[in-house]
Write a protein that binds this ligand. Sequence first.
Ligand code: GLP
Length: 243
Amino acid sequence: MKIIRVKNYKELSRKAANIISAQVILKPDSVLGLATGSTPEGTYAQLIEWYKKGDIDFSQVKTVNLDEYRGLTKDNPQSYNYFMRKHFFDHVNIKQENINLPDGMAIDPDVECFRYDNVIKEIGEFDLQLLGCGHNGHIGFNEPSNFFAKGTHLVDLSDSTIQANKRFFKTIDDVPRQAYSIGIQTIMLARRILIIISGKDKAQAVKNSFFGPVTPKVPASILQLHRDVVIIADEDALSLCKK
Ligand code: GLP
């Protein structure tokens, strides 16, 4: 576990973008596991800037997103599909056929989970998995539980996640109650994991995830067992941890 301590969100975003761009420069056909949420927005913005300067080429990159709300269409501004286009895909030369997300509108959740796991199997090993972290230590939408989920599954969102994500919706009733998420096993099979965490409100999650016991009650704690995990966290997020 390598912890990179940064001053603030801006520095976090640049460092994360540096690691992702190095990955793509060294292996132009990299498979990237990608994340949504407000934390990676700055990272994507930085990658777009470097792409526009001609420093990175995404033409051979393949992406697999972590999760998607159930019941939101791709054109719903709150869907993760929309988020990814708005904050990243529409601004770089990634090929449409190389982009993968769960389909929030799939009729049969079991069929959708099976389909997405097959996409993951076909695409092969993820070179780099980017993650954010929820206040309760969730990664993707793997919520605190009694076990670690292996593959893609439909999740009942926890009250704390619904509360945390309501800021993106008009009212709390508009927040979907369910979402698709890739499993913990899929995340753990990535060659390298990069988790980015910012802000005082995440300090307890950082302490529990990386300095407490490994438990499915804190899903991100499993990352302690991964052989190549890089944590980029700002001073606020690390404020409950010793230097
Ligand atoms: C969401 C996403 C996660 C994300 C988390 C934290 O629920 N499913 O992938 O890491 O929230 O989001 P934020 O970065 O906005 O705090």
